[in-house]
Design a binder for this molecule. Structure first.
Ligand code: GDP
Length: 284
């Protein structure tokens, strides 16, 4: 599997994030609720050291609600402060701020005991590309045009944004690289749009998605495409069925496999077929 991230980029991203971490009391890690494990940078724990961590399971509108509950319990059991939300909704700060307060309570109490005057809680947002970092920041900042882009690390000119009643947030997120631990992780990242389409061959991504749906939600998958296939069918049969049902023909009445591939990826990625969580909590 080819990788877009190189050791130099990773080292730079890591250094920049570590530099910014010194300025904050709490880290708000944004994950994709559909892949809470695959969208977690493996070095995150090492990089954030002992900083309290609020975990935002973003894009919850596209994840399986039961799986989301299981993930929330799992994160709580590990001493994290998780919340599941749709980053595009207003008022998300009302869900995030109380958790940041709880997460930092011990540290601030200790400071007060030492006679240090209470100040705003300082936070920064961290996550891999496309999990919704800018969406969340823009939403909290209530201003258009917070910096977007998939450059590693963080940009230089930063500002603190007032976030809620007692929090300040760095306006630029820390961007970390996605993990490429195995092929399944790469396919999940591609299926949810976290990595560029070119990194994993698209047909493999589509096949992964089809097989997932045929295993976990075959009725809805069949109903959505108005087809009748099963897990036992050859994958070409599945492509053919969708192509035929949706009239995706190339010249000479052949099925246009590329069109089927793109269609399936688009439908799954955007939650058109249903709400799915591709990382299972019990297998972690
Ligand atoms: P970033 O690279 O982490 O800053 O990600 P962006 O904020 O640019 O978001 C990537 C895409 O996900 C955009 O198209 C957003 O509109 C979309 N997005 C962000 N949050 C949510 C969410 O909670 N639900 C849904 N459905 N889409 C979201």
């Amino acid at each position: 599997m080819s990788i877009n991230w190189f050791p130099g980029h990773m080292a730079k991203a890591r250094r920049e994030v570590e530099e910014n971490l010194k300025k904050v009391d709490v880290v708000i890690e944004i994950l994709d609720a559909r892949i809470p494990d695959s969208s977690h940078n493996p070095m995150m724990d090492e990089i954030t050291k002992h900083k309290p961590r609020v975990v935002v399971l973003n894009k919850v509108d596209m994840a399986d609600p039961k799986a989301t509950d299981r993930w929330l319990s799992k994160f709580r059991s590990k001493g994290k402060y998780p919340v599941a939300l749709d980053g595009r909704h207003n008022q998300i700060i009302k869900k995030i701020e109380p958790l940041a307060v709880k997460a930092t309570a011990d540290d601030f109490n200790r400071m007060e005991e030492k006679g240090i005057r209470r100040r705003a809680i300082r936070a920064m947002i961290i996550g891999i590309p496309n999990v919704g970092k800018s969406t969340v920041i823009n939403n909290i900042a209530k201003k258009k045009g917070a910096k977007t882009g998939n450059t590693p690390g963080v940009t230089k000119q930063q500002q603190w944004i007032k976030a809620g009643q007692q929090m300040e947030l760095l306006d630029t997120p820390g961007i970390l690289w996605p993990k490429f631990e195995d092929e399944a992780t790469g396919k999940k990242l591609a299926l949810t749009g976290a990595i560029k389409d070119t990194v994993v061959p698209l047909d493999e991504v589509a096949i992964f998605g089809m097989q997932y749906l045929l295993e976990w939600d075959p009725e809805r998958f069949n109903a959505f495409y108005n087809i009748s296939v099963s897990q036992d069918d050859d994958i070409v049969t599945v492509f053919d069925a969708i192509g035929k049902s949706r009239g995706m023909k190339a010249s000479g009445n052949e099925i246009n496999y590329e069109a089927v591939t793109n269609r399936v990826i688009h439908d799954i990625r955007n939650g058109k077929i249903g709400r799915y969580t591709f990382d299972k909590v019990d297998t972690q």
